[in-house]
Design a protein around this ligand. Structure first.
Ligand code: GDP
Ligand code: MG
Length: 449
């Protein structure tokens, strides 16, 4: 189906070439994320992953309807938004409106195995905290079909897990053992964080939702999240002492994600599932499917349910996320199999560099305010005091990595601060010289007269 949406379009930011190389579109990533209007906002990224023709893009397009009806966005700012959030009850739109957005029900070729972002970003300010959020929607394409290799599958899986704050795993009929194994492959890429997280009891990934479509055991487990969670706990998470290998799959998955959810959706009806000319309108959906679809989307996207992306338990903003995304993509691009340790090193590096950038901003602000109070001639004292304060604060901050990393980045911070001081000092020395020269010239003129 066409994707000629009035306010945005899907952009493929990462895909595999014919020969399996990773192709990244950094320009598109910059176009979305490199925007002063959103850079400081905390980021929420919803991702959907699963087999081809599972109704992923279809569902995401209804998510877009909810987002456009309820939030402002970069491309469609809303004027006069009430301060407090009021859900637009008619967010599904009119019953015969054709569905637009991510291209759905389309054919597949090698070109479309990859990660796709909606190029418009949604904005929301939380009523209760004033926190400003940016919401990004991510689709994946071409996974788990005959064309994609297991390496491609687990790489896209790993990448989208690293990038998203909520990952929805879209499955047909039920949760199967081989799907859990796929998930395990992907989590192995990023088991690194477990190295760091054991003490802190943190998990490398955030929220995972198993979304089961066309659920037909409603006598056993009812539709929706409650039935889903019961099913997940009773049928999927059970430990079977006879089957060691299955237990290890479960263990590695539960060790990797912070929170789990499971949701069971009914069959959408014959037209949605099979009609060639179906244009996505909701009047053709079975009533029960429509109701469950609506609750699912609200459960993912109402303000109180939004989940901010965290790395090492720290909220991540749009600017930082752009760096993480581009760094991760680069790593997968340059290395056939980046392996656990390089993903770990890269995450520590990006996290710590952000921390250092924050410390340097604090240092600059402290010098700037104190300099005027104490005077330029005492610049060295101001610098020494501010440097000490900044390093003390650094010592107190939550860091990532081992003791070696901690020392390396501490030295790095101290060096950067000294460099800023010496540049500032040179500049103020030269300003002073310039001032003295000018005063000298004036004195000479004065004497002449
Ligand atoms: P994707 O490849 O996973 O992104 O799948 P699409 O979103 O392109 O949808 C593929 C087909 O599945 C479309 O014809 C949809 O109408 C249909 N579809 C959407 N939701 C469901 C569902 O819950 N169950 C079934 N059986 N089909 C669905
Ligand atoms: Mg799709």
């Amino acid at each position: 189906m066409s994707c000629d949406h009035p306010h945005g379009k899907p952009v493929t930011v990462m895909k595999f070439s014919e020969t399996g190389e990773v192709i990244v579109d950094n320009e598109e990533i910059d176009r979305i994320f490199n925007n002063p209007e959103i850079e400081d906002r905390k980021i929420v990224i919803l991702s959907l992953i699963g087999a081809f023709r599972g109704g992923k893009s279809f569902l995401l397009n209804y998510c877009l309807r909810f987002l456009y009806a309820n939030y402002s966005s970069i491309n469609k700012p809303k004027e006069g938004m009430p301060y407090f959030f009021h859900k637009n009850e008619n967010w599904m739109g009119s019953c015969d409106e054709p569905l637009k957005g991510f291209s759905w029900r389309s054919g597949i070729d090698r070109d479309t195995i990859g990660i796709i972002l909606w190029n418009d970003v949604f904005l929301h300010t939380l009523d209760y905290s004033g926190e400003k959020l940016a919401i990004v929607i991510m689709d994946t394409q071409g996974l788990f079909d005959n064309n994609s290799s297991p390496t491609e599958n687990s790489r896209i899986f790993a990448l989208s897990n690293l990038i998203s704050s909520v990952q929805v795993l879209n499955l047909a009929n039920r949760i199967q053992e081989d799907q859990l194994q796929h998930l395990q492959f992907a989590t192995e890429y990023t088991q690194f964080t477990v190295i760091d997280s054991i003490e802190a009891n943190e998990k490398p990934f955030q929220n995972l939702m198993f979304l089961v479509r066309d659920w037909n055991n409603v006598e056993d487990y009812e539709f929706g999240k409650d039935g889903g969670m019961k099913y997940f706990q009773e049928e999927v998470l059970v430990i079977d002492s006879q089957r060691e290998e299955l237990n290890s799959v479960r263990e590695s998955i539960t060790n990797s994600f912070d929170q789990f959810a499971c949701c069971l959706l009914p069959h959408p009806g014959k037209v949605v599932a099979g009609s060639k000319n179906y244009d996505g309108r909701w009047s053709a959906m079975d009533e029960e499917f429509k109701d469950e679809l609506q609750s699912l989307i609200e459960c993912l996207l109402l303000p109180q349910n939004l989940i901010v992306k965290k790395i090492n338990s720290m909220d991540v903003n749009v600017r930082e996320m752009r760096q993480y995304i581009q760094n991760y993509f680069r790593l997968f691009q340059s290395n056939e199999d980046p392996g656990v340790s390089s993903i770990y090193e890269l995450t520590v590096e990006s996290f710590m560099n952000n921390l250092i950038r924050m410390c340097i901003d604090e240092y600059k602000l402290a010098v700037y305010t104190n300099r005027d109070l104490i005077g330029e001639e005492h610049l060295k004292t101001v610098h020494d005091n501010c440097k000490k304060k900044t390093l003390d604060e650094y010592d107190e901050m939550k860091k990532m990595g081992n003791a070696k990393h901690e020392q390396k980045f501490r030295n790095n911070l101290a060096e950067k601060i000294d460099k800023i001081y010496s540049e500032h000092k040179d500049q103020s020395d030269s300003n002073l010289r310039k001032f003295e020269e000018e005063m000298g010239e004036q004195q000479k003129l004065f004497e002449k007269e």
